[in-house]
Structure formats: C-alpha cells, structure tokens
Design a protein around this ligand. Structure first.
Ligand SMILES: Cc1ncc(COP(=O)(O)O)c(C=O)c1O
Length: 353
C-alpha cells in the first residue's frame, strides 16, 4: 500500500511547526520559453525562490521562517551566526532578525580572501541592516563554529538567550521549509498540467534534503537532482538522507530516505567552491540574455550549468518538462564584479564609441 501523503495533508503537518512569516509564498513557477527554445530540449520551468521577497530573496528566506520560529519558541533574544564574508545565509539571517526585532552578531571568515575585506555585496547589506560584525581568520567549518559557540556563551553569561549557528539542528529545521517547497511545486505542476521529468537545484544541504523528503512523501515520480556547489569532508548523499529522515521524524511522518534515494552530482563544482568555471559563466550569460534572470556564480549558475549539460547530452526530449529551483544569491554578483566584468565584456558599440 502506498504511504504517499496528499499536498493538503503534508501542508497540515508542516503547519504544526513553529514559524515566523517572512517569505512571499508560493514563489512563481514560470516557463523559460526563450531559454528552452535556445537549448532545443525540454521546457524548462523556473521556481523563483530568488523572489522569496526578503532582502534580495533566496532559499534562506524559507529556511529562516522555521529557524526564527524555533528561536522565538525557545525565547531567544540574540542571534549569533557566521560563515564566509559573502555569505547569503548570513545576509538572509540578518534580514530575518531585523524583521523579528532580534539583534544579531556575525562572525565572518576572511580565510579564503586574497586581499582585504571589501564592503560589497552581502557584506554591505549586512552592515546596512545593522548587524554587529567581526572578521576572523578561522576557515568556515569546525574552527569557525567554535568561535560562534564561544560568542553565544559570552552572551549567555551576560543574561541573554542566544540562538546560534549549530549545524545539526539548524540544517534539520531549515529543511522543513523545502518540504513545503516540494508541496508548492507539486501543486503548481498539477495546475499547469505538467509532470516534470526532474527537479534541479543547487544544494548539498537543507534545501535538497527537504525537497527530496517532500517529493518522497508526496509520491512524486521525478528525481530531485542536487547539483552540489562543494564537496563536504563527509559523504553528501548519506548526510542529506540522514537530514531528510530526521526531518521526517520531526514532522511525525513515516518516510525515511537512504543515501541511494538522494541524487547528488559533484560534476559541476570545478574549478572549486566559490569560483565559477566557463560552463557556469556561460549558463549565467545565457539565462541573463534570454530571460533577464540573474544566476549567481557560486550556486545557481553551477546548477544551471548542470541542467544545460544534461540537456545537451540528450537526457530529455523536447516533449518533456523539467523544473529548475533558483535559490538566489544575486548580491554576490556585485562582490565579484571585477572577475565577472572580465567574463562578460561590454558588447561592441554599434556607433563606434
Ligand atoms: C544561493 C544559494 N543557493 C544554494 C545554496 C545551498 O543551500 P543548502 O545549504 O541548503 O544546500 C546556498 C547556500 O548557502 C545559497 O546561498
């Protein structure tokens, strides 16, 4: 007997979880007619999670609805968060804290920078929204997490109740939001009368884990194809399956995922995390010049490069539909302006100027 849930039942289950409203939902699902025609393959539908509505949008707006919900539920009065200087996650968490009226301190790693810290892109927005910020040399990962936990402890000693970046609980709580995104995709595909052959997303964490769980719980037939932006020191598919199963336990639904249920590709990371390769730059330019949609050079550009490659190698027919989830990241375009200006030179002036 099938243990699939209806979209209504899964929504009801998610509605039991503490939540703080931040996002414009549902985000649109739109056909990319020009891009699909240009590639000559399936109809590509874009799920506009770059338009979640808060502080330039992105997948973390969804995540933060549940993270703020959890924090407020436990009486938190301070956030301590951290990642790289140009973190979309930090920008979105600052924005969520501003909306909730909670102060936030950021611990930002400058370990990967070649030169000085430049106040551009996400960092500029963090400053504008009023976060307190400290820069550290520790790389993103366990060393940075220790500093974040220390700052939280100092706040606790001063009588605060901090909610801080702590990978395990945070990744699970955030993933709940993408179970709901899967519900939206299922509802919108039904409305459009399409049955997609695949859903593509840039993820190796909460976003893809939640989508995979949502798709499994709803009995969706298509795979969620996670195009990983980086390689973790651990097995990504195993970790994402564990996150999905832990989320299912939190939601009291019976579905459990194993690593073989997670479709993860690490083929589009080159030349490395945070640096776009020629395929990513081509994808960014093609989508901008056919659809006026901006992909970012670290996440969504690489995921689109993966989808384009799969289309070009003939994985889908022109009769089929595929969904691409745009996870945001736009402010990084401005932080990487020099490298990107070189990649996308100005078109020749038709007037000889
Ligand atoms: C724009 C963008 N897309 C995708 C991701 C990946 O999300 P996840 O960590 O849920 O895999 C991130 C993570 O920072 C991001 O900033």
């Amino acid at each position: 007997m099938s243990n699939s849930l209806s979209t209504m039942k899964l929504r009801e289950t998610i509605d039991q979880v503490p939540r703080f409203a931040l996002a414009h939902l549902p985000t649109p699902l739109e056909p990319l007619q020009n891009l699909s025609k240009e590639l000559g393959g399936p109809t590509i539908w874009i799920k506009r999670d770059d338009c979640t509505g808060l502080a330039f949008g992105g997948n973390k707006t969804r995540h933060n609805e549940f993270l703020l919900g959890a924090a407020l539920d436990e009486g938190a009065d301070y956030f301590v968060w951290g990642a790289g200087v140009q973190s979309n996650n930090c920008r979105q968490t600052v924005a969520a804290c501003v909306k909730a009226g909670i102060p936030i301190h950021l611990v930002l790693s400058r370990a990967h920078l070649d030169g000085p810290v430049e106040t551009q892109g996400n960092l500029l927005l963090d400053q504008l929204m009023g976060a307190s910020i400290e820069f550290v040399d520790a790389p993103v990962g366990p060393e940075l997490d220790v500093i974040i936990a220390d700052r939280a402890e100092q706040l606790r000693q001063k009588g605060h109740r901090p909610f801080f970046w702590n990978r395990n609980p945070v990744v699970q709580i955030a993933a709940i939001s993408y179970v709901e995104c899967a519900v939206e995709i299922a509802e919108q595909c039904q409305h459009e009368q399409i049955d997609p052959a695949a859903v593509y997303v840039s993820s190796c964490g909460s976003t893809g884990s939640g989508l995979a769980l949502g798709a499994a719980a709803l009995g969706m037939s298509c795979p969620v194809k996670n195009i990983a932006p980086l390689t973790w020191p651990w097995n990504t598919a195993t970790d994402m399956a564990e996150v999905a199963s832990d989320v299912a336990k939190r939601l009291s639904i019976p579905h459990r995922l194993a690593s073989e249920d997670l479709d993860v590709s690490e083929d589009y990371i080159a030349p490395g995390y945070g640096t776009p390769g020629p395929d990513c730059l081509e994808a960014m330019q093609l989508v901008a010049r056919t659809e006026s949609i901006f992909l970012d050079p670290i996440y969504s550009g690489k995921a689109m490069a993966g989808l384009i490659d799969h289309i070009r190698r003939g994985d889908y027919s022109s009769e089929e539909d595929v969904v691409f989830v745009h996870t945001g990241g736009t402010p990084v375009l401005f932080a990487m302006n020099e490298a990107l200006a070189e990649a996308f030179p100005r078109r020749e002036c038709p007037f000889g100027g």
